[in-house]
Design a protein around this ligand. Structure first.
Ligand SMILES: Cc1cc2nc3c(=O)[nH]c(=O)nc-3n(C[C@H](O)[C@H](O)[C@H](O)COP(=O)(O)OP(=O)(O)OC[C@H]3O[C@@H](n4cnc5c(N)ncnc54)[C@H](O)[C@@H]3O)c2cc1C
Length: 483
C-alpha cells in the first residue's frame, strides 16, 4: 500500500461515476485525507434503466483496479471474456452458440459487468476501508463554481435544497460529458483560449439512438418448459422486420449474478420506426410482431412496456475531447489557491464502439497517480506533467474511435462488409509478415501495454502500406491490359 505523509488541503471530486470514485480511492491510498465526492444520483448502485449498460474492464482499466488491489473482487462479480459465449437466435427460433472470436489469448482476461455493479465495487471499498479519508455526498448536485480571490468555491445543492459551499485546494472534474467544471473553465477562458472547448469529430455511429429494455433474470426463450436464458450467456436476438428503418434486434451482454435483470440494448437510426411509437399498445404490438420466436407476453410486464414507451433513451455522442486538462489558480500547494483537473468523460467522450470509455477514464486515474508519485504530490508540477503525458493519447483515442468499428450497429450492410474485408486483409497480412503489417486497430486496442498513440501509429503505417500495395496492384493490372 502506498501511504505517504503528505496531504494537501481538501479535495473535491465532482461526479461519483467510475472516474470519480476511482480517483477518490487512488488519492486515499496515497495517504490523502479530506476527500469529498459530490454525486447527484441517490446512490452508487442506483438503477437507471437507460444507463444500465455493461462495461468490459480490460487490461487498461485493470491497471487501476490492480493498483487498488480490486481486480480479484472484480473477477468474482464479472463474466470473463475468455468465457464469453454468444447465442444468436434467428427469427424462426433457430439458435447457434459460438465463442467470441476476436480474443487475443495472450492478454489478461477482460471482465464484463453492469455499470452499477462496477460503481458499487468502488463505493463498497470506500465504505469498508476509507471512511476516514473519503466522504461521498449522494443526492447532491454542483450548481455553480465561483472564483473567490485565488480559490474556487464549489456551490452544491442537496435534494432537500440545502446549500453547501466548499473551497478545495484540488477540484477534480469527473462529472461526465456535460461537465460543469469544464464548461466553467471554458467560460472563464473565452476570448483567450479554446483549451476547454470540446473539439468534435464525425463518426458513423454518433447520433444513433438507444433505449434499454429490461428483461427478467433467466427469462423464457420459448414456450417449452425449462428453456430459459442463461445469465452468463450473451444473446443476439434477430427480429423479423426488414429495412433499415424497421429492422430491429436485441443485444444482451452476459451477467454473473443469475438473479439480476437482463438488459437488452436497442440501437437504431434516429428516424427508426421505434421512435415514432407513442402508446404502450403500439410498442407491445411492435415487439410481438418483431420477435415471433419469443414468448413476448410472458417475458415483458406491462409496467416495463409502459416505462419503455415513456423513456426517451439516449444518443451516442460525437467523439470529442478538450486539449486543456488542468488549470491552476493561485498557489494550491500553500493552500492559497485551487488546482483543477479533468478526468474521464469530462475530458474525452465518444460512442461505445470500442469499449474504451470507462477503460480510458480508469487509465487517466492510473496515470495521474504515476505523475503524483513522481512529483511527491506537488500539484503545480504533476498536473502539467499529466497533461503533457495524456494529451497525445487522448487525441489518438478519438481518432481510433472514428476508424475502429463504427459500423457494427448494422447501419449500413455495405460499409460493414467493407470493414470486414479490411479487418481480414490486415489479419492475413499480419499473419504472413508480422513485422511489416499490424492487425486491425480493433484488435490492437486489446493490447493494454500499447498506448493509444502507439496503436494509431501502427494502424496508420499499415494503412499507408495497403495504399502502396493497392497502387502497385492497379499499375500491374493496367500494364497487363496494355501488354
Ligand atoms: C449506451 C452507452 C454504452 C456504453 N458502453 C460502454 C462500454 O461498453 N464500455 C465502456 O468502456 N464505456 C461505455 N460507455 C461509456 C462509459 O459509460 C463512460 O465512458 C464512463 O462512464 C465514463 O466514466 P466517468 O466517471 O468519466 O463519467 P460518468 O460515468 O458519466 O460519471 C459522471 C458522474 O458525475 C455525476 N454528475 C454529473 N454532473 C454532476 C453535477 N453537476 N453534480 C454532481 N454530480 C454530477 C453523474 O451523475 C455521474 O454519476 C457507454 C456509454 C453509453 C452512453
Amino acid at each position: 500500500m502506498i501511504i505517504n505523509n503528505y496531504s494537501p488541503g481538501n479535495t473535491v471530486i465532482l461526479g461519483g461515476g467510475p472516474a470519480g470514485l476511482g480517483t477518490a480511492l487512488m488519492l486515499a491510498q496515497r495517504g490523502w485525507k479530506n476527500i469529498t465526492v459530490i454525486e447527484k444520483r441517490p446512490s452508487a448502485d442506483y438503477y437507471e434503466p437507460d444507463k444500465s449498460f455493461s462495461y468490459q474492464i480490460d487490461g487498461r482499466g485493470q491497471k487501476l483496479t490492480d493498483l487498488l488491489k480490486l481486480t480479484p473482487k472484480l473477477a468474482q462479480i464479472s463474466v470473463a471474456n475468455t468465457d464469453f459465449y454468444l447465442t444468436v437466435i434467428q427469427k424462426d427460433g433457430k439458435r447457434k452458440t459460438t465463442k467470441l472470436p476476436i480474443i487475443d489469448p495472450d492478454r489478461k482476461p477482460a471482465y464484463w459487468l453492469p455499470r452499477s455493479s462496477f460503481v458499487e465495487l468502488f463505493y463498497h471499498e470506500i465504505t469498508e476501508k476509507w471512511q476516514n479519508s473519503i466522504q461521498v455526498l449522494f443526492d447532491t448536485k454542483c450548481i455553480e463554481i465561483k472564483q473567490v480571490g485565488e480559490q474556487l468555491e464549489i456551490i452544491t445543492k442537496s435534494k432537500n435544497q440545502k446549500q453547501l459551499r466548499l473551497t478545495p485546494t484540488l477540484l477534480i472534474g469527473c462529472d461526465g460529458l456535460n461537465s460543469i467544471v469544464r464548461q466553467t473553465l471554458h467560460q472563464w477562458e473565452q476570448g483567450q483560449s479554446n483549451a476547454f472547448q470540446m473539439q468534435q469529430f464525425p463518426s458513423a455511429s454518433s447520433g444513433l439512438r438507444y433505449k434499454v429494455l429490461t428483461l427478467p433474470p433467466q427469462f423464457p426463450l420459448s414456450n417449452q418448459e425449462g428453456d430459459l436464458a442463461q445469465s452468463s450467456m450473451a444473446y443476439a436476438i434477430r427480429g423479423s422486420f426488414k429495412g433499415r428503418l424497421k429492422a430491429i434486434s436485441l443485444g444482451l451482454l452476459p451477467l454473473k449474478n443469475p438473479s439480476q435483470p437482463r438488459t437488452a440494448n436497442i440501437i437504431t437510426y434516429p428516424n427508426h420506426q421505434i421512435w415514432q411509437l407513442e402508446t404502450k399498445e403500439e410498442v407491445k404490438d411492435f415487439f410481438k410482431k418483431a420477435f415471433p420466436q419469443l414468448p413476448f407476453e410472458t417475458i415483458i410486464s406491462s409496467e416495463e412496456i409502459a416505462r419503455f414507451t415513456r423513456s426517451k433513451g439516449g444518443i451516442f455522442p460525437i467523439p470529442q475531447y478538450c486539449s486543456g486538462l488542468y488549470k491552476i489558480f493561485g498557489n494550491p500547494q500553500d493552500n492559497q489557491g485551487t488546482a483543477v483537473i479533468l478526468l474521464g468523460d469530462a475530458a474525452h467522450c465518444f460512442p461505445p464502439d470500442i469499449g474504451q470509455g470507462v477503460n480510458s477514464a480508469l487509465e487517466d486515474v492510473y496515470l495521474l497517480e504515476k505523475t503524483l508519485a513522481k512529483t511527491q504530490d506537488n500539484l503545480s508540477q504533476s498536473l502539467p506533467h499529466y497533461e503533457k503525458l495524456r494529451q497525445p493519447d487522448i487525441k489518438s483515442l478519438i481518432r481510433l474511435v472514428q476508424i475502429s468499428y463504427p459500423w457494427q450497429y448494422n447501419q449500413d450492410p455495405l460499409q460493414k462488409r467493407l470493414w470486414s474485408l479490411n479487418f481480414f486483409l490486415r489479419f492475413l497480412l499480419h499473419r504472413l509478415l508480422p513485422f511489416v503489417f499490424s492487425p486491425h486497430s480493433f484488435v490492437l486496442i486489446q493490447n493494454h501495454e500499447l498506448s493509444y498513440s502507439e496503436i494509431l501509429t501502427k494502424s496508420n503505417k499499415t494503412t499507408k502500406l495497403l495504399g502502396v500495395l493497392g497502387v502497385l496492384v492497379l499499375l500491374t493490372f493496367l500494364s497487363s491490359l496494355q501488354g
